[in-house]
Design a protein around this ligand. Structure first.
Ligand SMILES: [Zn+2]
Length: 547
């Protein structure tokens, strides 16, 4: 634009200068500086152009060549979990069974030291994010393991995918009467301590945060998100006080995350009665889609596959015993968490109430079920508030990818899941080579025209870690460029929520949600997971500054 074209408008509140600004529009436009006023981006351009808006009260942040991007949107996350990791035993990255048990013992000992105020909930020792696939024996934690952590205290440990958990005897005792039998793993008729899928709902109820805890969790989670450059989240919520906490924080003008609440299908009647509608809400908290499951996860052997698991062939997942007969023994091909017919009914009910559905589907059989249900519902891409989504969509085959593209169904994917897709890794063992290489083929998805939104599912929340995996993926069909991966983590999430006019790129008129990285992810694609966030800006406010 020519110089003369710039009106001498009002000064900006904040200028980010000396930067390499990537707007992440398509194609990506670059600039040197950004000006922000009243929480909005008012100019993007050269240093010279943006300096016109430097007034007496303007704050100027000189970024020394730092890379400025739109703030990351984690399009599938569980903020409650993120907070809980901070407040309970976090077992992320522990690569040995005994070390994991030691960490749990330490946590139980801490609780012992604090005890006195132990009400029914607080006496539980809870661990999160254990991942046995990294251990030598690749076997889940058992009741016996956890009895050695504490005999008196109930102990519950959630697997990283939160589709299974392990309990000690005291915990089994307390929950036993309420647990659905089919989701309690047994050996010789006795519970092994491992529970899956629906049985976890019972456990969640016991450990759910009350309102006071929810505020504390949300504060911890928001701080963590800002450190990671996350300015927006699509939270999948069910039976939680988090929606209350978001709105309370928002009213107090302390919420600095753009939150999209995707309510679980069992809340649909209440959500509709409360008059919530997709896209409606405040600047910070808005209602999104209705969330449902179809299947479980690959790690827990509960993702629903067309063909049996490679490491369960002929073995019954429920008992570990040799399969007595039948070519589809329950468990061999995973399981339905929500049966296809039920999903159809959910999609129809949601559509009646004006909501699109975000259906969790990982296995190829589950993706079929989701697509079948969506194709009956009028997936109207033109309406930004009617974007249907498949959460994960990991094992989509070519035909399913084409169906997603044709119906305009968003693939809400987690590039960090590629951490299990290496040769010899978890997916190799569970699925075999062909299906391992078929997982998360982002290159293929984008070429087919599937709208892709990236998220973390909290494993862990860390957009740059996810981008790293997408850019350095094992196969050509999985691997995408730095720009594509960053775009899926920004614009992709905005689009999935129908928010692309407001969020997701750096353009005049959009919300000033930005992140500055200390160095360029384009310069060293192999080292993106080591790039740090230098600065996070939400609504024009600096919410994190590590320069
Ligand atoms: Zn999830």
């Amino acid at each position: 634009m020519p110089r003369a074209g710039f009106p001498m408008t009002e000064a900006a509140d904040l200028l980010l200068t000396g930067a390499e600004v990537h707007a992440l529009t398509d194609p990506d436009r670059t600039a040197e500086a950004v000006a922000i006023r009243d929480g909005e981006i008012v100019r993007v351009g050269s240093e010279y152009e943006v300096r016109f808006l430097d007034g007496v009260e303007t704050k100027v942040i000189e970024l020394d060549g730092g890379v400025v991007l739109p703030g990351f949107i984690d399009a599938h996350t569980h903020v409650q979990l993120l907070g809980q990791y901070e407040l309970h035993a976090d077992l992320w990255g522990i690569e040995r069974r005994d070390a994991c048990l030691d960490a749990l013992r330490d946590h139980a000992a801490e609780l012992d030291a604090e005890s006195g105020a132990a009400d029914g909930r607080d006496e539980w020792a809870i661990g999160f994010r254990y991942d046995e696939s990294a251990w030598d024996d690749d076997r889940p934690l058992t009741r016996e393991d956890l009895d050695a952590v504490s005999e008196g205290r109930p102990v519950a440990v959630f697997r990283i995918d939160v589709h299974s958990a392990s309990l000690n005897s005291a915990a089994v005792e307390r929950l036993r009467d309420d647990l659905p039998e089919s989701d309690v793993r047994t050996e010789d008729g006795e519970p092994t301590g491992v529970i899956v899928e629906d049985a976890l709902d019972v456990l969640w109820e016991r450990v759910a945060p009350d309102r006071e805890d929810a505020r504390e969790l949300l504060d911890a989670a928001q701080e963590r998100a800002h450190r990671l450059g996350v300015t927006g989240v699509h939270d999948m919520v069910r039976n939680t006080t988090l929606p209350w906490a978001y709105r309370a924080l928002d009213r107090a003008d302390r919420l600095r995350l753009r939150v999209r609440l995707n309510y679980w299908a069992d809340h649909l009647d209440a959500v509709a009665e409360a008059g919530l509608a997709p896209g409606a809400g405040s600047e910070f908290v808005r209602t999104g889609a209705i969330k449902s499951y179809t299947d479980g996860s690959i790690g827990s052997h509960t993702a629903r596959l067309r063909e049996p698991y490679a490491d369960l062939d002929g073995v019954d997942a429920d008992s570990g015993d040799a399969d007595a007969g039948g070519d589809d023994a329950d468990g061999e091909r995973g399981q339905w968490v929500i049966e296809p017919d039920e999903l159809r009914a959910i999609v129809a009910d949601a559509a009646d109430a004006g909501f699109p559905v975000a259906a969790h589907a990982i296995g190829d059989a589950a993706i079929d079920a989701a697509l079948d249900a969506f194709e009956d519902a009028d997936a109207a891409l033109a309406d930004p508030n009617r974007r249907y989504r498949i959460e994960h969509a990991e094992l989509a085959d070519d035909e399913q990818i084409d169906r997603m593209a044709a119906a305009g169904v968003v693939a809400s994917a987690q590039p960090n899941f590629l951490q299990w897709a290496d040769e010899g890794g978890l997916y190799d063992r569970r699925l075999g080579v062909e299906r391992r290489e078929r997982a998360d083929r982002f290159r293929r998805w984008l070429s087919a025209g599937v709208p892709v939104a990236f998220g973390s599912d909290c494993m862990p929340m860390d957009p740059l870690y996810g981008v790293h995996h997408a850019v350095n993926a094992p196969t050509d069909e999985q691997r995408i460029s730095v720009t594509e991966a960053l775009r899926a983590y920004t614009y992709g999430g905005a689009f999935a929520a129908g928010d692309e006019d407001r969020l997701g790129t750096i353009e005049v008129g959009k919300e000033a949600d930005l992140v500055a990285l200390e160095r360029s992810p384009w310069d060293d694609p192999g080292g993106i997971d080591d790039v740090d966030v230098a600065l996070t800006v939400v609504d024009g406010d600096v919410v994190y500054d590590d320069r």
